[in-house]
Design a protein around this ligand. Sequence first.
Ligand code: PEP
Ligand code: MG
Length: 576
Amino acid sequence: MKKLAGISGSPGIVIGKALVYLENAFPEIPRHTIQKDEVKSEWKRALDAFEEAVRETRAILDRARREMPKEQADIVEAHLMMLEDEDFRDKIKFRLESRLENIDWIVWDYSHELIQKLIVSSDAYLRERAADVSDVSRRVLRFLLKIKKITLSELAEDVILVVHDLLPLDVLSMRRERVKAIVMDMGSRTSHTAILAQAFGIPAVLGLSNASKEIQSGDVLVADGLNGEVLVGPGEKEIAKYRKAIENYQKKAQELLSGRDLPAETLDGYRVTLKANIEFPEEAERALGYGAEGIGLYRSEFLFLTPGQPAEEEIQYLAYGQVIRVMGGLPVTIRTIDVGGDKVNPEFTEGEKNPLLGWRAIRFCFAQPHLFKTQLRAILRASAIGKVRIMFPMVSGVEELEQALALFDEAKAECRKRKVPFDEDIEVGTMIEIPSAAMTADILAKRSDFFSIGTNDLIQYTIAVDRGNERVGYLAHPAHPAVLRFIKMTIDAAHKRKIKVAMCGELAGDVNATALLLGLGLDEFSMTAASIPRIKRIIRETEISSCRELAKKALACETRQEIVNLVVSWTAQSRP
Ligand code: PEP
Ligand code: MG
């Protein structure tokens, strides 16, 4: 038995069979020399693989021409042309003859070299071709190495999906009822893959570095999303132990739910609000089931992430309306489109060299005023159904907030002109998730009805660490003194102007942070719905006066470790 250590991406424990899916990574390529008289048979293998790849790509192209937008079908066509290109094949053949190494290695080595050359090209068109070469050579290699293609949308049996990396788009398109858990080399707790896994209630262990190499399809696994561990080939004793743990976990979750209708109030009467984050309208029901007092973050961009499905005003209006109706008068905070970063739709933001610092969220919306205003109108129309709030993501300063507000005013004027009713008093909030926004929170507060702190990005940008990259994930810790100071600064600036502060990053649902956040003065916690009962229990067992003491001491700490130690010892004393 082997034990692999990662981090918890989504809670829950699952025992099941592994399916290793390596579509997003190159397989391990064998390398050895060959004799001159083997060249012919090796080249024949290559030609057969090319033929099979051509056949498969033609079938995809036929489907793409029928079902996908033209730009995407064009990409598939370009792949087909590359596969049929005599020059491309001749170069590989020449290398085979001159280097006398196995053809799998030659194909990999040649395409790798070509990709590297293209990536550094000063010509954007050539840079984009690198992805095409990668796709085409991967396909040929798959046939050469006889790797069976697995289609996530057509999984036939229950699996624990083991992957190197998985994009949010993969999670959306896979057959989710078959995926009992996700085990991944990359990723962190705040990556959108983890957020989606939580939304769908799929346990996930992330940041495992090498799991996709160490695990074989068919291996029996225990995926422990509570402790961030994976057991490969557990014995009977371990399996029995984990069965018991699953039972306990379910019992505890059930017991926590009994407090669903109690207020989120400390022992000394300090009341806060607990809301849910959702990505899809269908989640609203579940949010209510866990006792959410509203939706604190509706990640509306997931309406826009399926290629070829433009979210027209009517479709958006229906989606927002569905959430508002289910919530029955409880406020619904709709965040405007936050595509880009790791939430890629190839139609929108493909080809970004540095996506996390690039064309994302409100920046993307300003460049697409038509798309943005369509969304603003849909939200306004939905505000006539029930209580709606709107907020803007990735605001870096007051100019951007003003630009967004001006477009919002235009959208309102358009609605008035069309005699479409909407809530004239709709509240507009600003997300604080960039250091420059936190630093200017006093200015932003003058023009905002509320703030919502997006700690996933605030931590990422404050400490300069990619939130999805497991190699630097250890740095992305919320207890960094700089993060604490930014949170404090934001809350103080807002309270000075008598506006409320919510938090909708993962930190809001982190049991280790609850007391500290209460002490810092946070008004509203918004999190994945399943975390609400646990956070409420902590709040109800805590005194605000003691939390304030804790926050004061934490703000005086100089290192992250000091803050962690402080919180741990406070917790041991207050909640033995
Ligand atoms: C955040 O950054 O904390 C946040 C809530 O937004 P997202 O995770 O969607 O970037
Ligand atoms: Mg964010």
